[in-house]
Design a protein around this ligand. Structure first.
Ligand SMILES: Cc1cc2nc3c(=O)[nH]c(=O)nc-3n(C[C@H](O)[C@H](O)[C@H](O)COP(=O)(O)OP(=O)(O)OC[C@H]3O[C@@H](n4cnc5c(N)ncnc54)[C@H](O)[C@@H]3O)c2cc1C
Length: 380
């Protein structure tokens, strides 16, 4: 019987297992997860789970742990390519086919090691700690003005907590969106009582009965610190066994296979997929991309499809009353233009004459039409 091993027991790993089972009822499927949890989804962890609107049982993925053998906690510590085995502490897991779905983990700031009052939000356990801490702390400082930082800021305000958000760039979401969209998000947060400290970098922390953090000019007093300064693809355990690209992700072809390997795929946040519509490799940290890649890669591995992956990337961020949806690759270094929209607001991102991405703000009715338009532009 063919043995499919999937390393990573969260969204992409679970979706790969479920899809593989659907294709082949006979397949021997094992999922190895580092977290001692049934597979769950992360998007609610910075939003409804923190406000209390989404209970823990609604965070689990449907069918989690069903139809495959799930081993947790079972962190892979190595990959033996000669023997086709995943190496675990004190055990080995042989495979015929392998899917790497180990995602990403938070970048840690040396001055702020994770601790009781310093939280890097990635896992359900982190979110439980933060949700509980928001119940008995008055002042929160968030370091990092990306999507997760902005979402946590809004959730904390919803809980009545004072929030200062410190970001070293002059704008929030500075890599992902242009300055006009940034300003709309900044105004939204400020209107909801978030204090923004933009163009500021926290350099010192003074712990004590009262925790103070400082950028050398201003000092903020805080009870709790949340840090969201980006993530790093989780490839350390591979110790160089598989090729990686400049973005830190595992090098993957447009079919989902790791470059140079017919039996190994990589999917989700850990993967840098070559994208034919863009003519370059891209690594995403989006829920829908992880799901689609998992399904596509499994079809390739099981010989059920031999088409390149051409899905238009899609992600979203819900910031308490402001829904941001991204299509394609709307980067801040592209030309940003607003177009009229039936509902909400629509921004297009152009490189030379080619539209590469779009951002929709509270414009849910427009999504399908903009998606089709972008695909036809990118394919022409
Ligand atoms: C707080 C938060 C909010 C988010 N909100 C949104 C949103 O609103 N919209 C959106 O589109 N996206 C959102 N995302 C991003 C989205 O959740 C990710 O793109 C998605 O989780 C990627 O799934 P993945 O399975 O590739 O990686 P991960 O979710 O990172 O899962 C990888 C799993 O592999 C495990 N693992 C790592 N190393 C090993 C090892 N050596 N052995 C075994 N297991 C290992 C990890 O412990 C983890 O469980 C959010 C992310 C976070 C953290």
């Amino acid at each position: 019987m063919t043995r499919l091993v999937i390393v990573g027991g969260a969204l992409a790993g679970h979706r790969a297992a479920v899809h593989a089972r659907r294709i082949d009822p006979e397949l021997d499927i094992t999922v190895l997860g580092a977290e001692d949890e049934l597979p769950y989804q992360r998007p609610p962890l910075s939003k409804g789970f923190l406000t209390g609107d989404v209970p823990e049982n609604r965070v689990r993925l449907r069918g989690a742990g069903e139809g495959y053998r799930l081993l947790t906690p079972a962190p892979a510590v190595g990959l033996d390519l000669t023997r086709s085995e995943v190496v675990l502490e004190g055990a080995k897991e042989p495979f015929d086919l392998l899917v790497v779905a180990t995602g990403a983990h938070p970048r840690i700031l040396g001055k702020f090691p994770p601790g009781d009052q310093v939280i890097y939000l990635r896992t359900l356990k982190d979110a439980i700690r933060l949700r509980d801490a928001l119940g008995h702390n008055r002042h929160l400082t968030i370091i990092g003005g990306g999507f997760v930082g902005a979402e946590v800021a809004m959730s904390a305000r919803h809980r009545g907590v004072d929030v200062v958000l410190v970001e070293q760039s002059q704008h929030l979401l500075s890599r992902a969106v242009g300055s006009r969209v940034s300003r709309i998000v900044e105004t939204h947060l400020q209107d909801n009582g978030v204090t923004l400290a933009l163009g500021r970098e926290v350099t010192q922390e003074f712990a004590g009965t009262q925790r103070l953090i400082s950028d050398g000019v201003t000092t903020w007093s805080t009870d709790l610190i949340v840090i969201g300064v980006g993530v790093v693809p989780s490839t350390e355990w591979l110790d160089g066994a598989l090729p990686t690209r400049d973005d830190g992700g595992i090098a993957v072809t447009e079919f989902g296979l790791v470059a140079g390997f017919e039996q190994i795929a990589a999917v989700g946040d850990v993967a840098s997929w070559y994208h034919p519509l863009y003519g370059r490799p891209l690594r995403f940290e989006h829920f829908e991309v992880a799901t689609n890649q998992a399904q596509h890669a499994v079809e390739t591995l099981l010989g059920r499809g031999n088409t390149p992956y051409q899905e238009l990337p899609f992600g979203w961020s819900d910031q308490g009353g402001l829904l941001i949806q991204f299509l394609g690759v709307p980067q801040s270094d592209l030309i940003e233009e607003e177009e009229s929209a039936e509902d909400g607001r629509l921004f297009l991102y152009r490189r030379n004459e080619r539209t590469e991405g779009a951002i929709l703000l509270n414009a849910t009715d427009e999504l399908t039409a903009v998606r089709e338009r972008l695909i036809s532009t990118l394919m022409s």
